[in-house]
Ligand binder design. Sequence first.
Ligand code: HEM
Length: 240
Amino acid sequence: MDQASAVELLAPAHRDPAGRRMHPLPVRIMHWINAVTIFIMIGSGWKIYEDDPIFGWLQFADFLTIGRWAQHGLQWHFFGMWILAINGLCYLTYGIVTHRFRRMLFPLSGRDLVHTVNDALHFRLAHEDLSQYNTVQKLLYLGVIMVGILIVVSGLAIWKPIQFDGLVALLGGFQNARLIHFLCMSAIFGFVVIHVTLALLVPQTIVAMLNGGPLVKPAQAVAPRAASSEDELPDPSASP
Ligand code: HEM
């Protein structure tokens, strides 16, 4: 199948002259599957951690963990692992093939970042146009996607250290791979706290992640295209 047909298959709404939703159905389904799975992975991961803590001073209360004991937590972790890996792979493929990543998460500009952070610090978060992510969002999403890949790779190394001995060596040994896995979890946990707080501050974004959000013009929806400042202008007729 050539690339153009794959894009058509994954995003048939491109043909709709009215444009398509900011968050197409596959993105919404994958996002919410991912959100639930991350909670399973973190809760069960904390249960497994309790059996052999990396840091003596850090323990997780039972009510924060998933699974009655470590082995039970491990079963939950494996269950979530398959969903996370398959769903993540679908999301990455979708984002690349339909050019969603390129359209939604790029370009990144240092100047815009300074402006957005400054606005956020002064509680001036702009959210008139839901269909465009601000630079902080772009960075957060790109960051969590990268960390998501690393957590799966380091998880593979811990799960099958004999079969993936090259990977274990690349990560600096088994204990180091464990530490990397733990640090990735901490980064994702931090992301979720910030992400959910920001989403709650602008609840229309949650509604948009449920119903698809505003329509975006086909010109905005289809990529790649030559950069044109007009292309990036929000559709004045778009409504949430
Ligand atoms: C209950 C938990 C969550 C809520 C309420 C939530 C809410 C949202 C909302 C509202 C958006 C759209 C933001 C916007 O349009 O401005 C979004 C996008 C996104 N969220 Fe979440 N989220 C949750 C959990 C997660 C988790 C656990 C992850 C990953 C670890 C995640 C990763 C992302 C990513 C990467 C996007 C961008 C998707 C794209 O445009 O392709 N979210 N989320």
